[in-house]
Design a protein around this ligand. Structure first.
Ligand code: ADP
Length: 490
């Protein structure tokens, strides 16, 4: 990507309709909804508001593509070619896509360029490589039989994604689904439909047959619920809030859909006194404030061992005071706005809870500027386990720091949450780090690093942070059914 140091111009929006069966069409109802730029609160454009009728059409197209269309007959390796071609087209347009992400989500253009879009491309290429490596087994059962398994695509998959990494969440879902041979009905988040629609256009340009990818923008309780309840959908993959996942689980029970969920977290980031202090401060800062704190795996409970606690929070506060907030189209900006008014209000409410519960607010705690949903990087000291800011997912730039003494207490305190998405440990003692990594009930544990993602490494939650895994081989398997074939040969 080109290195641009001046404020870049917002991109042109090109796709705002539903994408169904290879056609760009308005919602059946004719309704539209606004999507806004969170840094200015200005309307970007109107987008088709899909609902049940649009989902019905999309499922019909996806069903046909899966059951009888060209996709059902295509060789596995050619599915990989399509994924690679899509990745290439996204790479060619990466600057425009990054800008679209910044426009719709408000994230700093530097992050969109350095993280979101390169990870999208990497994920699609990673799964392109899997397409022709989905193997069954031969199984030595008793008797004169030839028994083998086939891994077959699960079918039509409904994919419902959030607004925090709009393009990347689409890639995490399209990559394994297409590699496995599934067809897709995707609903992007109502806050951020634009990059997903752009990617659908590029998928079409890449030659992916009509009906294989369908995108229905719209709201959760209408378009989203229609996908979950539709009998023609075989699986739902969802990323979002725990409360929404519980509704989806209930709605999906009627048709016994396969489900994968990637939900929230209250991830412990544990710093021992023997850690490389500067690296740990950096890791704690990045682990929480990256993406405006809007990461499901954000290290929002920072446990610091007692001897270094005061020094640690002092350094964290100093770092916060240097963080550059502002126009997300300025490449020097490190922190943009929160996604919308509702999230902004929720975050500031939690700041009040923190103060009410007796924590000390060392930095931030208020709005930045007078336009857009900006919240200053907020740091709480003296947080205890029972405070609301230590229990609930805030999904914003609010860090709770907690003091701990030694290994015995930290394991149970780290696990004192219904979530279990991620954790991190900072220590120079390898044994201590591995011990903690084995004891923490979380799907991902980072040691002396944070937010290291790779398409090859599975990601997902223990406990109420999720169901199943995304990425890696595990993520692919979640898009397949295991079929056993037994043939008499005697
Ligand atoms: P977030 O806080 O990230 O917006 P949500 O769980 O509310 O988390 O939203 C994630 C995705 O789930 C969005 O695309 C949203 O529209 C969708 N969604 C919300 N409610 C439902 C529902 N009842 N059924 C299906 N999808 C839903």
């Amino acid at each position: 990507m080109a290195t641009v140091t001046e404020r870049i111009a917002p991109p042109q929006v090109r796709q705002t309709s539903c994408f169904i069966g290879g056609k760009w069409i308005p919602a059946v109802s004719g309704k539209t909804f606004e999507t806004i730029h969170p840094a200015t609160e200005e309307v970007i454009c109107e987008v088709a508001e899909g609902d049940k009728e649009d989902v019905d059409l999309a499922v019909e197209a996806a069903r046909e593509a899966f059951d009888t269309g060209p996709w059902s007959k295509i060789d596995a390796r050619d599915r990989g070619h399509f994924l690679n071609r899509l990745a290439d087209l996204i790479e060619e347009e990466s600057e425009e896509l990054a800008a679209l992400e910044t426009l719709d989500n408000g994230k700093p253009i530097g992050d969109a360029r350095a993280a979101d879009i390169p990870l999208v491309i990497d994920c699609l290429r990673y799964y392109a490589g899997w397409a022709d490596k989905i193997h069954g087994k031969t199984i030595p059962i008793r008797g004169d039989y030839f028994c083998y398994t086939r891994r077959e695509p699960v079918g039509v998959v409904g994919q419902i994604i959030p607004w925090n990494f709009p393009a990347l969440m689409a890639a995490w879902k399209w990559g394994p689904a297409l590699a496995a041979g599934c067809t897709i009905v995707m609903k992007p988040a109502e806050q951020t439909p634009l990059s997903c629609l752009r990617m659908a256009r590029l998928a079409q340009k890449a030659g992916i047959p009509d009906g294989v990818i369908n995108v229905v923008p719209g709201y959760g309780p209408t378009a989203g619920a229609a996908i979950v309840k539709h009998p023609g959908v075989d699986k739902v993959a969802f990323t979002g809030e725990l409360a929404t996942a519980k509704i989806i689980q209930r709605d999906a029970a009627e048709t016994m859909k396969r489900l994968t969920f990637e939900l929230g977290g209250k991830s412990p980031n544990i710093v021992f006194a023997d850690a490389d202090l500067e690296a740990a401060v950096e890791g704690a800062h990045f682990g929480l404030y990256f993406n405006q704190g809007q990461c499901c795996c954000a290290g929002s409970r920072v446990f610091v061992e007692e001897p270094i606690y005061d020094e640690f929070i002092h350094r964290l506060a100093a770092k916060n005071s240097q963080r550059r907030l502002g126009d997300p189209f300025d490449p020097a900006t490190e922190q943009g706005p929160q996604i919308d008014q509702a999230q902004f209000d929720k975050i500031l409410k939690y700041v009040e809870y923190g103060k009410e519960d007796g924590a000390e607010c060392l930095t931030g705690g208020k709005r930045f500027g007078d336009q857009g949903f900006f919240v200053e990087p907020t740091l709480f000291a003296g947080v205890t386990d029972d405070m609301r800011i230590a229990q609930d997912e805030i999904f914003g730039p609010v860090m709770s720091t907690l003091k701990f003494s030694g290994m015995d207490e930290i394991v149970s305190r780290a696990n004192n949450t219904n979530f279990g998405l991620a954790a991190a440990v900072w220590s120079r003692d390898v044994g201590k780090a591995h011990h903690l990594a084995s004891k923490v009930r979380a799907g991902t544990v980072w040691v002396n690093c944070y937010d290291v993602f790779d398409a090859a490494a599975p990601f997902g939650g223990f406990k109420q942070s999720g169901l199943g895994r995304e990425l890696g081989e595990a993520g692919l398997e979640a898009y397949t059914e295991n079929k056993t074939v037994t043939m008499a040969i005697g």
